[in-house]
Design a protein around this ligand. Structure first.
Ligand code: SF4
Length: 207
């Protein structure tokens, strides 16, 4: 079997590794045994992971940043394959992809649309970024952060108004904020990908 290539880390890698690969499994097991909602535990750990990264105040070149979007942000019935190239989107307006592409292009970062964890891993190993911003649900985000270690991965959670894996949405503000912090060094950051009150108009829609 081919050896897994080593990914680059940052100065928060040790703390994040301890958090996600030691503390998280313990808290998840004990918390769910005590009746806590699993996704709430996941949400807190993703937020803590992001806070550690934000604390480093490290800036990255646009060429070192990879934005990973889940396939479920794309309209369920769209015939165009964005997994090969996100710019295959025809901007028909049925989903949020054109807005996401506009943000990524404006910051000059690479973007990939992936259909699951294996495709996300492949995108990271192909592209070899120094930093990843990923949009995903709690479960995929936790496994993505743990598998990408020591690579810093900033997690932005999607929302599932149509149920899991179908026409999901994400806050555009969260993506802009993460890119502004990483590339321009703008400090104010929200700790999780959850949409804040009052920013509905800037969130993506899949009508
Ligand atoms: S806007 Fe959405 S549905 Fe329309 S072409 Fe682009 S990805 Fe497909």
């Amino acid at each position: 079997m081919a050896k897994k290539p080593k990914l680059p880390g940052d100065e928060t890698s040790g703390k994040r590794n301890f958090l996600m690969n030691f503390l998280y499994p313990i808290f998840r097991t004990v918390g769910t045994m005590m009746g806590m909602e699993g996704e709430r535990i996941d949400d807190r750990f993703i937020g803590r992971n992001n806070r550690f990264i934000a604390g480093s105040q490290k800036k990255y070149k646009p060429g070192d940043v990879l934005l990973v979007f889940p396939h479920c942000l794309q309209d369920w019935e769209c015939p165009h394959r964005l997994n090969a190239d996100i710019h295959n989107c025809k901007a028909c307006g049925k989903c949020s992809m054109p807005k996401l592409i506009e943000i990524g292009d404006r910051y000059k970062v690479s973007m990939r649309v992936v259909g699951g964890g294996s495709a996300a891993r492949r995108a990271v190993y192909d592209r070899r970024p120094a930093f990843v911003i990923a949009v995903a649900c709690e479960r995929d985000m936790i496994s993505g952060i743990r598998e990408a270690m020591p690579l810093p991965l900033w997690g932005i959670l999607n929302e599932r108004p149509n149920g899991p894996c179908k026409n999901t949405v994400v806050s555009l503000d969260r993506i802009e904020e993460a890119l502004a912090m990483l590339i321009n060094g703008k400090p104010e950051m929200a700790e999780t990908g959850k949409r804040l009150k009052g920013e509905k108009e800037k969130s993506t829609k899949n009508d």
